[in-house]
Design a protein around this ligand. Sequence first.
Ligand SMILES: *[C@@H]1O[C@H](CO)[C@@H](O)[C@H](O)[C@H]1NC(C)=O
Ligand SMILES: *[C@@H]1O[C@H](CO)[C@@H](O)[C@H](O)[C@H]1NC(C)=O
Ligand SMILES: *[C@@H]1O[C@H](CO)[C@@H](O)[C@H](O)[C@H]1NC(C)=O
Ligand SMILES: *[C@@H]1O[C@H](CO)[C@@H](O)[C@H](O)[C@H]1NC(C)=O
Length: 331
Amino acid sequence: MAFVPQLVLALLLAGTCLGEPPPRPQASTATRTVDGITTIYNFGDSLSDTGNLARQGAAGLLRYTTRLPYGVTIGHATGRCSDGYLMIDFLARDLGLPLLNPYLDKSTDFTHGVNFAVAGATALNTTALAAKGITVPHTNSSLDVQIGWFKEFMSSTTNSPREIREKLKKSLVMLGEIGGNDYNYAFLQTWPIDGGYSLDNVTRMIESVAKAVDLIPDVVKTIVSAAKELLDMGATRVVIPGNFPLGCVPSYMSAVNATDPVAYDGRGCLVALNLFARLHNAWLRRAIGELRRPGVMAARAAVPPWPRVPASDQFHHRRMHVRRLICLDLS
Ligand SMILES: *[C@@H]1O[C@H](CO)[C@@H](O)[C@H](O)[C@H]1NC(C)=O
Ligand SMILES: *[C@@H]1O[C@H](CO)[C@@H](O)[C@H](O)[C@H]1NC(C)=O
Ligand SMILES: *[C@@H]1O[C@H](CO)[C@@H](O)[C@H](O)[C@H]1NC(C)=O
Ligand SMILES: *[C@@H]1O[C@H](CO)[C@@H](O)[C@H](O)[C@H]1NC(C)=O
């Protein structure tokens, strides 16, 4: 029974969880492990990048993440799109492991896992998005590129596929959140940009959401086939987070100055964007269900109410994400 792979769709949403103090940068690894997990492999975007984009040369809006006040609660900027730590940091700490080092920092220690996430990364690759008229502004390190890095890493640190299976048996694989940027870039394509987002027109918002809906099947297919590949290589615990309530994201909310009350839900978040996120999640959940096979168990984390967040913040993600992590249910 020890080999029963677990495929977990975790919707990282929390309304009631309280923040915790940030983890120490190098937690002791000798203290405890959880469920035999000694390594974490993480794929994703700015929600979990701990310094890859900074090493690729962050440009544009994301350039700001490489200097203070980003990282201000840690004391220095790390390339994390946050004022402090991210969910993945708290997850590592809660599993008794050191913080995950970014893959592109070749000087560091990857004994307890690797972070392949790159801020701005998409699920679909640049070519596939270009074919849909969508330009990728920040990085070409889409999910297939990150999976490629993972394979390179695994083959360079093991001697056989069997050894890879052994390694993965003791690992947690975090596959996402990824795909959110595919949609963000689709939105940006249709929303006029004036030093940021501008979205005071509800009709236009609904039109661009409709356009992004077209992307959902391909985005989900890409995520699920990556999961399949990882399971085939021997992964036994794969967490596939859903998208978060986009309509409550501070950067969207502060950009949207909709005067029309129908644009907002009871929590003051943007209705169309939250519906869109739910649609992506429903589609993803169904595809994960189809991925189920003998020996693979699909579980789902509890989904607490979506959070209410302040309408503006200078930080890309704020600590809202950190609070979510505390609710991540790995059982
Ligand atoms: C991009 O993704 C598409 C669809 O998955 C794939 O067919 C194509 O080979 C990929 N292109 C590159 C350059 O990786
Ligand atoms: C992505 O790849 C294209 C084609 O190789 C290149 O022109 C572009 O500069 C790359 N973009 C980024 C952000 O690296
Ligand atoms: C809102 O956007 C739609 C679609 O782009 C456009 O036709 C309409 O004129 C806009 N309305 C206002 C008040 O800007
Ligand atoms: C939002 O719109 C109102 C009315 O159109 C305007 O007075 C206000 O300055 C706008 N706020 C922002 C932050 O753009």
